[in-house]
Each structure stands twice: as C-alpha cells, then as structure tokens.
Design a binder for this molecule. Structure first.
Ligand SMILES: C[S@@+](CC[C@H](N)C(=O)[O-])C[C@H]1O[C@@H](n2cnc3c(N)ncnc32)[C@H](O)[C@@H]1O
Length: 275
C-alpha cells in the first residue's frame, strides 16, 4: 500500500485497510513519528537540507516553484514541519514562520538544527486537526508531505486551516499523488501494476501484531476529494503541480524511485487562495 515517504515497515506490524477515526489516527501517528524521527532525520536530513525547502521526493524546491508566493514579512504556518527545514527556509526569506508537528521528537530535531545554525524556528507540538491559533492570523499555510494525509476528516481540516488564515491568504500542500494508491508500495517494477481501487478511501493502517493496536495510519483522498474540500472551505484552486521526475535524479525514498517516477506521478501539490 502507498504511504508517505517512509522507508520501512516495522517487522512486528501487518498492513491492512480499515476505518480509523481522528482520535486513533492522532494517537498512532504521534507514537509512530516519535519512534521514527531519528531514523527519518538520519536518512533524509542531508537531502532535505537544514534550511532547505523540498516539496517531495522528486526534489522540487520552493526556490524554483514559488508556490507560497511572497513570504517576506508574512506570517507563515507549516503543518507537519518535522525538523523545521522548510520553516527555516521561510525564516531565511524574511518570513515569520511557525512550525507545527504532532511529534515532539521531530521538534527536538528542529531545536537541534537551530542550535547548530544559530536560528530559531518557533514550533508548536499539536495535531493539525485542531489548530491552537486564533482566527485570521496567517498569510500563508503550507505543508510538505506533512499532516494532511494523516488526518481522518479532510473537509474539517481544510475548514480549520481556513479559519486561521486571513482572507486572501494562501494554502499550499503536497501529498502522495492520489493515483499512487492504486499501486503496491514498491519502488521497483512491482509498484507499476495497478492492483487496488483508486476510489477506495479506506485508510491504510499498520497494526501491531502483538497488541492488535493501530500503530500507523494514512488517509486517502482522490484528486476530486481535495478539490471539493478546498472549494467548500472557500478556496480558489490556482495550481495543481505534479512534479516530474528529473532525468538525473536516482534516489529511492519509500515507494518513490526513478523506475516509477519516470512513468507515474508520485506527488500532488495543491495551491489555493482563500476568498
Ligand atoms: C513525511 S514527514 C514530513 C516532515 C517535513 N515536512 C519534511 O519534509 O521532512 C510528516 C510529518 O507530519 C507529522 N504529522 C503526522 N501526523 C500529524 C498530525 N496529525 N498533525 C501534525 N503533524 C503530523 C509527522 O510527525 C511528521 O513530522
């Protein structure tokens, strides 16, 4: 099954598809990212860059895409900021970032990098489904494979993001390209054969074999689901970027690889403005 850019399936879990609510998604993913954070940063930190802004495993950079628009002097919220690399990039552009993440261990890595670089990215440890901010405070909200595909109720999430965004503000977020859910999560040839329904929204779940508890969850939406969620919250879609795999790029990251990337899109990046 497709998942966000993770590289491992812990040996004591089994993968399946079953309904999971918001509470269980938050509990499972917080614990999973706390466990996985050290490995994630050790494996991908150099590729991400301590103050770099990558939109996904294809290596597309915000420096080239400008999906956020102008950030200088703007209040910018990052959802699922991990070690704050993207927010640190925003800081370097003169922006006023806040990084939010559900994993305290990820945020400790952000603090570690800040101490090494002499920067200071403000961070908040919270789940993105209930944002601990007042109404209309951010000019830009973004997420690079962060929280959006970990939340059970996408419609409520987009409304919550709109609540904290000022009128005319921007939302930009990247997620696993919805078409990837048709394929096994295999970076090789096996990941090129469609075997699951694109329209099956049943969450991808990892279950701990010993306890039977949910240990990781991802929620799937189709391209149309996201467009409808944005429209219902008052956003106008201004772009849907599907980054192409660069000819000279040969990095495997979870299910993302050159083999698959040359044939199918791996990332969908939505850019939308609030009315
Ligand atoms: C694939 S990582 C991406 C992190 C960062 N954007 C990057 O590019 O390295 C996903 C991040 O989302 C965070 N996350 C997962 N569920 C979340 C939730 N419900 N609310 C906020 N953050 C969440 C994880 O802790 C993790 O740091």
């Amino acid at each position: 099954m497709q998942d966000a850019p993770r590289d491992h399936l812990p040996q004591t879990v089994r993968a399946e598809r079953r309904p999971v609510d918001e509470h269980d998604s938050l509990r499972a993913n917080r614990a999973d990212w706390d466990r996985y954070a050290d490995e994630y940063q050790a494996t991908h930190g150099a590729f991400l860059g301590d103050a770099g802004f990558l939109w996904g495993p294809e290596g597309v950079r915000e420096d080239d895409l400008h999906a956020l628009g102008e950030v200088d002097g703007r209040r910018v919220l990052e959802l699922g900021c991990g070690a704050g690399q993207c927010s640190r990039w925003v800081l370097g552009q003169g922006g006023l970032p806040v990084g939010l993440d559900v994993s305290m261990r990820q945020l400790q890595h952000s603090r570690r990098i800040d101490l090494e670089l002499g920067t200071a990215v403000p961070t908040v440890c919270a789940g993105a489904a209930a944002l601990p901010f007042a109404d209309d405070v951010f000019d830009v909200v973004f997420s690079a494979f962060g929280a959006l595909q970990f939340i059970a109720d996408a419609d409520a999430l987009v409304l919550e993001i709109a609540r904290v965004t000022r009128p005319g503000g921007r939302l930009a977020f990247s997620v696993t390209h919805p078409t990837r859910w048709m394929f096994p999560d295999d970076p090789g040839e096996g990941g090129l054969v469609a075997s699951q329904s694109y329209w099956d929204r049943t969450p991808y779940v990892e279950v701990d074999d010993e306890t039977g508890e949910t240990s990781y969850v991802e929620h799937h939406r189709t391209l149309g689901d996201w467009v409808r969620a944005l429209a219902a919250a008052g956003y106008r879609l201004v772009d849907l970027v599907e980054p192409e795999w660069p000819a000279d790029h040969d990095r495997v990251w979870g299910g993302w690889s050159r083999v698959r990337g040359l044939l199918t899109p791996g990332t969908a990046l939505y850019v939308a403005d609030l009315a």
